[in-house]
Design a binder for this molecule. Structure first.
Ligand code: NAI
Length: 788
């Protein structure tokens, strides 16, 4: 035992353990095994599995191992509870959410200790970050429940939501999932991660205590198979998943065509960019929070540290000194920086990836800290001077291991930062606000922290770009993941065009019939690569024209043209609006021609002129929105601007329905381009000539080449190619369930979001509106702290 003089000389920390007696008592009371929480009752499982404390290697509890039958019972309970829960007014639901928040807050100490025992993360983090954020989440969403009728008019809950969460922030991920779902009026079956189910089971007890109606929240414990049973259950309306990209892909495929709404929050390899003019000490402390917070087991961990060359030496020197001061050990000790890795399996994975990094020639630094003799611990580590193509620079290690690379110019920093399949988060460190915001705007990431890192709040959206998944959690945007506009909750379109008759070349057209329409790619008319066309028939069966039979090659050319037209995404809303207004003006001048085409396809005169009129109005409507569907500044932490920007996806694929061929195409293309996307459109197979008639409107309206590309042909075949294409960032599919299944399965490659466009009355008010604009954008949240 050191004496006071020794302590003053060394300034060493003494042990400062947090007491765990109340949690141990609670665990002892459940020593026969924890049960599922189904339909308001605690239900024993047929078998159990053991849950460990990773810091000591000891068994903490036995937990029920959920079967498909348990999942089925839970889904039935949730379904039975749904009508009454959804029918409660917002205020009634708010009272339950408020009660949950209060109970979490009252038990903050208990839940913090339990989380630390189960997960291995330091008590400092569970006490100061995880559990307070859980309470904040329930309070915030009590507010959304209260305001739901005002803030989300015309929206309805989805039904039964299946929620699958990971082990890195067990109770916080539960809160992120359960709070918005409940506020919106859904009922829930949640499956916690198998390594860390205990705080979810404590939460089940809280639900019980506050008298949450039976079946509104159901918790079924188990591993991957239990999760898969939930994903596959026929009576689930939405799956929300956080976890690995690999499992996210499996879930995308498993839910394809099922009509289940999906949100995925997956992995990352987030850049942490330090410019020469950064506050270097602040940035070094930022690295500590970015990669050693929660032992680096954080989906948005700043695991790629990019440092500008001029400060490389100084930065690395400071970083190394700081690393060597980090304390790794008993997570219940309040003076510990890093606790245990969640499980020996994860520890082995980290160790293997680091060995691979060394074998590939990486230079590894590890903190010179003592590690406990028992338990799963790993030291803070960095690979310096890593190459972008090295495994450790590309793969998500999900442990306390960063790579450091250097760059010369801001452009190089951006290109290195975006050199990843992922797009979850990024940090930018510079005292020059112009530079920091310029870089933030160029990063392909859902969250960007300026001079900060790993900031979270219930009022701000969190979620990824690209292979980090889609959908947002938190705030207004997160609520929308659990709601649907009532007018759009309907079925998919079921009209599928009959297989067209294919003819070679331009075919032989009867006298008086139009020439064959070509494709429209990069602002030019293009012959289809196949060298074939197909017949387009009027409603009376007569041949009215031919359209090019587009193929995979044409889609690839169109995507390439759209990719090149990136200037459109950077144009101001005002400039885009001008082009859309100009299109309307040019269409107006040619109303008669478009009406005649509709009549030739079987429409009456009144119907034809009505559809053209509606089309014009829609162009005006979306021109009007181009500079008005803007972002927000959220109220989160004090002295932070939390900016939510609506960014375009980039290249967006649009598969049009067979109905209202002109109006539906314009109703889909206009919001997409108004928001700055470039589109590849597959028009209705039988209505293709209306799309091709639009080329001249585009050509005469200053629309830059490549912003709208049109490939005619068999819609479902072309849709699959678009879904598979890695440069297509999002896809809207209006078609039947069979085609949707193919498209959604094929989208698993780059995990592009697919919007199944419901069957709509395109002439009615439901055919336009903010829902289309939301589908055309993804939220980027930029955090900017301020103050000296
Ligand atoms: P995981 O993705 O397998 O587990 C996450 C959750 O999904 C758990 O509840 C698990 O039981 C469930 N699950 C597993 N297979 C499933 C299936 N086929 N259908 C439905 N649910 C399923 O992650 P795991 O194995 O725990 O960790 C492996 C790697 O995943 C980590 O090393 C890390 O790279 C990444 N990961 C990323 C997370 C993130 O927040 N982005 C969180 C956890 C892991």
């Amino acid at each position: 035992m050191p004496n006071v003089r020794d302590i003053l000389n060394t300034m060493d920390y003494g042990p400062a353990p947090e007491g765990d007696a109340p949690v141990r008592q609670w665990l002892a009371a459940h020593k026969d095994g924890f049960r599922h929480y189904i339909g308001g009752a605690f239900v024993a499982g047929a078998t159990t599995f053991e849950v460990f404390n990773p810091a000591r290697g000891e068994v903490l509890a036995k937990v029920a191992d959920g079967t498909a039958a348990d999942i089925d019972a839970a889904v039935r309970a949730a379904r039975a509870a749904f009508p009454a829960w959804a029918a409660l007014n917002g205020h009634e639901r708010a009272k339950y959410l408020y009660a949950l928040a209060r109970q979490v807050q009252k038990r903050e100490r208990f839940l913090s200790v339990l989380e630390t025992l189960d997960n291995g993360k330091p008590i400092r983090e569970t006490r100061d970050i995880d559990i307070p954020l859980v309470a904040r989440h329930f309070y915030h969403h009590a507010g959304w429940a209260e305001l739901i009728a005002d803030e989300f008019p015309g929206h309805v809950p989805l039904g039964v939501c299946g929620q699958i969460i990971p082990w890195n922030f067990p109770l916080l991920m539960l809160a992120w999932k359960i709070a918005p779902a409940l506020a919106a009026g859904n009922t829930i079956v949640l499956k916690p991660a198998e390594y860390t189910p205990l705080t979810a089971l404590a939460f089940a007890e809280i639900c019980h205590e506050i008298g949450l109606p039976a079946g509104v929240v159901n918790i079924v414990t188990g591993a991957g198979d239990t999760g898969a049973a939930l994903v596959e259950h026929k009576d689930v309306n939405k799956i929300a998943f956080t976890g690995s990209t690999e499992v996210g892909r499996l879930i995308r495929k498993a839910t394809a065509g099922s009509g289940k709404k999906l949100s995925l929050e997956l992995g990352g390899k987030s850049p942490f960019i330090v410019f020469e003019d950064a506050d270097i000490d602040g940035a070094v402390e930022g690295v500590v929070d970015a990669i050693w917070f929660n032992q680096g087991q954080v989906c948005c961990a700043g695991s790629r540290v990019l440092v500008q060359e001029g400060i490389r030496e100084r930065f690395l020197g400071k970083l190394r000194r700081r690393m060597n001061k980090l304390r790794v050990g008993d997570p219940l000790d309040k003076a510990i920086d890093m606790g245990a890795i969640v499980d020996p399996v994860q520890l082995a994975r980290i160790t293997q990836l680091v060995s691979q990094g060394v074998a590939e020639g990486g230079t590894l630094w590890q903190a010179e800290c003592a590690l406990p003799k028992v338990g799963s611990f790993y030291p803070p580590s960095v690979f310096i001077d890593a190459e972008p193509a090295q495994t450790v620079a590309e793969v998500e290690i999900f442990g306390p291991v960063a790579v450091v690379m250097s760059f010369r110019t801001p452009d190089e920093a951006v290109s290195l930062a975006n050199h990843t399949r992922y797009g979850l988060a990024a940090s930018v460190w510079s005292e020059n606000i112009d530079r920091a915001l310029d870089v933030a705007s160029k990063l392909k990431a859902g969250v960007v922290w300026v001079n900060s890192t790993n900031l979270f709040d219930a009022g701000a959206a969190f979620g990824g770009y690209r292979e980090s998944g889609f959908g947002r959690e938190g705030g207004r945007e997160g609520m929308l993941e659990y709601l649907a506009p009532a007018a759009m909750k309907g079925a998919l379109s079921s009209a599928v065009a009959a297989k067209p008759v294919v003819v070679p070349g331009d075919g032989v057209l009867p006298a008086g019939i139009d020439r064959t329409a070509k494709l429209y790619i990069g602002g030019k008319q293009a012959r289809p690569d196949s060298g074939y066309s197909y017949n387009i028939l009027g409603t009376n069966g007569a041949l009215i024209g031919q359209a090019g039979l587009g193929s995979r090659k044409d889609i690839r050319n169109a995507v390439e043209a759209a990719t090149k037209a990136s200037g459109w995404s950077g144009a101001s809303g005002h400039n885009r609006a001008q082009v859309l207004y100009y299109m309307a003006e040019n269409l107006s001048a040619r109303r008669a021609e478009f009406a005649a085409r509709l009549i030739s396809m079987g429409a009456s005169e009144a119907q034809a002129s009505g559809e053209v009129e509606q089309t014009l109005r829609r162009m005006f409507y979306y021109a009007a929105t181009a500079d008005k569907f803007d972002g927000r500044v959220h109220a989160t932490k004090s002295r932070h601007l939390t900016i939510a920007l609506n960014e375009p996806f980039g290249v967006l694929g649009v598969i049009c329905p067979e109905t209202s061929p002109l109006l539906a195409l314009v109703s889909l293309v206009m919001p997409a381009i108004a928001m700055g996307n470039r589109v590849v459109v597959v028009p209705s197979t039988q209505g293709a000539l209306l799309a091709t008639d639009l080329y001249q409107i585009f050509d005469t309206s200053d629309l830059p080449g490549g912003v709208v590309n049109i490939v005619t042909g068999v819609a479902d075949e072309l849709a699959k190619t678009l879904a598979e294409h890695d440069d297509v960032a999002a896809l809207w599919y209006a078609g039947a369930a069979g085609g949707l299944a193919v498209v959604e399965r094929a989208s698993a490659g780059n995990l592009k979001p697919v919007w199944p466009v419901p069957a709509l009355d395109w002439a009615a008010v439901q055919g336009q509106g903010v829902t289309f604009l939301r589908q055309a954008t993804q939220i980027k949240t930029i955090w900017v702290p301020y103050g000296e």
